[in-house]
Design a protein around this ligand. Structure first.
Ligand SMILES: [Zn+2]
Length: 115
């Protein structure tokens, strides 16, 4: 499972950070999950429970912020979802087709709370 590998890496990073801060316990972990990252939040929650078992992050709450995908227009700077009718996808503001995916692709750690 894709999410298990991601979560394993995430928890390793969390524990490393917590250790650096000499934390006794990790109480909350917040992550950002992009719409196009391919990560399924429910699968993530399941993997989280498995990954934190036996660590100082056991019992921590996992908050998942789902980030919608957004594109930035290279021509006018408009940020949002392109219009794809009529095809091809184009900027909702100026009609340009040079669009860059600027949000919603990543899965990352946002913050953590420690004690
Ligand atoms: Zn535009």
């Amino acid at each position: 499972m894709h999410e298990l590998a991601l979560m394993t890496t995430l928890i390793e990073r969390v524990l490393e950070l917590a250790q650096k801060e000499k934390a006794g316990r990790v109480t909350a972990i917040r992550v950002k999950c992009g719409e196009l990252s391919g990560v399924v939040p429910d699968a993530l929650r399941f993997c989280f429970d498995v990954c934190v078992e036996g660590t100082i992050a056991a019992g921590a709450t996992l908050q998942i912020d789902e980030e919608p995908a957004q594109w930035t227009c290279e021509a006018c700077g408009h940020v949002g979802r392109p219009v794809s009718d009529p095809h091809p996808p184009h900027c909702a503001s100026c009609g340009g087709t040079a669009l860059r995916l600027s949000a919603g692709r990543h899965f990352q750690l946002v913050s953590l709370e420690i004690e």
